[in-house]
Ligand binder design. Structure first.
Ligand code: 5CA
Ligand code: ZN
Length: 452
């Protein structure tokens, strides 16, 4: 499906450091990309309601990664799915007496607008589950050919016993360290059906759901029905990024079962026919199949609970913007929290972000208002004096973002510059200071996605 429009990204002098990310599977800080072409799969929305601050925070985090990669002179290939057919979408459409396709179309379009407003750079491929049905069927057929699928009535399940690497993202020995009992409890909360009779293992997941009356269904080699959730991402990610890619990203609610299962599906589907998965333990997730690094964002809560479409405690990007909030203040509010921490959205968070944005803009305006002239021949994209205040902002922001996307640290770097500028009397401002202010403006735009 169509992605969204790309905001301009100023090119900064020199190049940034190789960004490092915390890998959920190993607990280590590792280079996010292995080669010159950096590849990212970020799990996308289920479009049955508008983009809330939790979604926005998660996508803003991956946007920092994309921007840091571009600044480190990588070619970036970014893929995101849209779960445009799934239980919650169908349930919401039924509740509201709306066609599920129309609901998905409208909310996906609203999401595009929200991402544009927040200056989140678009993925090269935004892929809906429905348009990817042939890809998902082909991928599922590979799992079937390797003997990993079985039926419960007409529904098709993945036997996790087919993958001896199962658990390598979140199981025993990983930082999450979930045992089977914990996995079973979490699966029940997150769309799984551990108690369904007839399954070989409570943790086996649905790959193809047979048609139910009144539900959307498509013909396939598994009969008429629709795909399960985990196979959707496994199939789309490998189709567009290849068998191995750099980063899979999502909120921490996706660690298990979603990302564990997608990787498990892929290990099985990508085996040579007749093969078995490598012995366990341990099968390192860096074994060359699927994502090499797993990045997870913390949960944003509101009124004391995780912001969630199913709970309904939501603050929507589109509503705030329609009410006159500057999207850059929203983005500033998101970046004021480290992407891996859980945090709570409040009015005070937004007010603080607006004040910070105002202060940065005031600092820029203060320098511009001195009517200085940048000396002729000064190229705004030429390497700045690294020891100048603006040069220190550039290197400081680069260093903080390159270190596991430390946006709060980066904001503090810019705060110090703004404070120093605002404390300087107009007589103390210099032409070099004006060139520097423009470099800070471009740094904040290119690396943080905030336009002053
Ligand atoms: N379509 C699937 C992924 S394939 C899905 O989880 N959709 S979603 O609309 O529920 O969530 C989209 C993204 O936002 C996911 O990465 C999810 O982890 C993240 N997310 C959802 N709620 C929150 C929240 N309260 N805080 C932070 N991130 C959240
Ligand atoms: Zn996904």
């Amino acid at each position: 499906m169509e992605s969204w429009r790309r905001a301009d990204v100023p090119v900064l002098p020199g190049s940034g450091p190789e960004p490092r990310l915390y890998d959920t599977a190993t607990g280590e800080l590792v280079p996010a990309a292995a080669g010159r072409v950096a590849t990212l799969y970020a799990c996308g929305i289920t479009p049955y309601d508008a983009t809330h601050m939790g979604h926005a925070a998660t996508y803003a985090a991956w946007d920092l990664l994309v921007r840091a990669w571009l600044d480190a002179r990588h070619t970036v290939v970014y893929v995101q799915n849209v779960t445009d057919v799934d239980d919650p979408l169908i349930e919401r459409a039924d509740r509201d007496g709306e066609d599920w396709r129309e609901l998905a179309r409208r909310e996906t379009q609203r999401y595009r607008g929200d991402m544009e407003a927040l200056r989140v750079l678009p993925p090269a491929h935004l892929i809906g589950a429905v348009e990817a049905l042939p890809v998902i069927e082909r991928f599922s057929a590979r799992m079937a050919d390797r003997g990993a699928l079985y039926n419960v009535d007409e529904d098709v399940y993945f036997a996790r016993s087919a993958d001896q690497g199962f658990g390598s993202l979140s199981g025993p020995g990983t930082p999450s360290g979930y045992d089977v009992a914990e996995m079973t409890a979490i699966a029940a909360e997150r769309g799984g059906d551990p108690d369904r009779p007839g399954k070989k293992d409570p943790l086996d997941v649905l790959v193809w759901r047979a048609e139910r009356p009144g539900e959307p269904a498509w013909a396939s080699r598994f009969g008429r029905g629709r795909p399960g959730w985990h196979v959707e991402c496994a199939a789309i990610a490998t189709e567009y990024l290849g068998n191995a890619f750099d980063v899979q990203a999502g909120g921490s609610d996706l660690v298990f079962p979603h990302h564990e299962m997608s990787a498990s599906h892929a290990r099985v589907a990508l085996l040579p026919p007749g093969g078995t998965t490598p012995p366990s333990p341990p099968v390192a997730p860096t074994s060359g199949v699927f994502a090499q690094v797993y990045a997870h964002a913390g949960m944003v809560s509101y009124l004391g609970e995780k912001m969630s479409k199913s709970l309904g405690n939501l603050v929507f990007v589109s509503r705030l913007v329609a009410d006159g909030t500057d999207p850059m203040a929203i983005r500033m509010a998101l970046l004021a929290h480290h992407y891996r921490s859980d945090w709570e959205w409040t009015d005070a968070v937004l007010a603080g972000a607006q004040a910070r944005l105002d202060r940065w803009r005031a600092a820029l305006a203060h320098v511009e208002a001195a009517h200085l002239e940048v000396p002729p021949g000064t190229d705004p994209a030429s390497p700045a004096d690294p020891a100048s205040p603006a040069g220190l902002v550039l290197s400081g922001v680069r260093a903080r973002i390159g270190d596991d996307l430390d946006a709060p640290g980066a904001l503090a770097v810019v705060d110090r510059w703004a404070g120093a500028v605002l404390a300087t009397s107009p007589a103390g401002l210099t032409p070099a200071g004006l060139a520097g202010a423009r470099l800070v403006r471009d740094t904040v735009d290119a690396l943080l996605g905030i336009r002053l």
